[in-house]
Design a protein around this ligand. Sequence first.
Ligand SMILES: O=C(O)CCC(=O)C(=O)O
Ligand SMILES: [Fe+2]
Length: 295
Amino acid sequence: MKNNLTIVPLTTSLGAEIRGVNLAELQLEDVADFVDLLNQHKVLFFPDQSLTVDQHVAFGALFGELQGHPHYENPITKHEQIFELAASHGGVADEWHSDISFKPSPALYSILKMVKCPAIGGDTLWTNPEAAYEALTPPLRALCDGLSALHTAEAHGRPEVMAVHPVVRVHPDTGKRSLFVNEHFTKRLVEMSIEESNYWLTYLTRWVGKTRFSVRYRWQAGTIAMWDNRCTQHKVLNDFAEERIIQRVTVMGDRPEGGQPKWPVYTSSLNASDTSRYDAPLLEYFAKASDSENN
Ligand SMILES: O=C(O)CCC(=O)C(=O)O
Ligand SMILES: [Fe+2]
């Protein structure tokens, strides 16, 4: 498969546009080459594919177990393994995130099809949190290496759905380290007070989203984008007026591996107060986790 491809990298940070492949005809034996390309470019764009819903799902299934969205119902296309966002139904994911990071095993690959594209606007941006980690100074890298973070589905109205992950995630294929905290789902640096956490989390999530680590992609209907959620974040630019519909197939992934926390969970006091935000849910989360380890 690789021999026939035209691969055009879009920035020095991440992203490549690929032509010369029909994704509807991809076979299991092509998966290793595909994964190599993803490990190299992190997000791949395939213009002019126009896959049917079934072809889209079949393409995703080559890479692993699929999951529809855990909390949202599709506005139009009823299919268990398709997640659909229509802007006219409020589906505009315009904060930086890594898909489903509030689960113990978040999304691995996401495969998005542009169904209806506004004539102007609605580009999507991806960023490279490995580059963002590498560009931190050694003291800040060392601090991040020893922290973990709470991710919740609060943005979906489900604050009780949560997971704690290392702040620095190590990619299992490449061994590269990246900042695994995002604007949309990450709520607290576990080892810090809410005041310190708010400061550093804001710093890190803004840092990850810097233009110099990112790529901005202009869509056309029928284009497929596929990315690795372990080493990218993305968001759509909410600058469009017309309808915009996307469909996503989501390949579920491994548990994030990374640095072990160097400090205990921070709790200010067991009495609920303004400054103890997330203390109680975190204690509960770790109590449950140790219960299930002991049983
Ligand atoms: O609408 C987009 O371009 C991105 C949507 C999104 O975040 C996703 O499909 O995971
Ligand atoms: Fe997303």
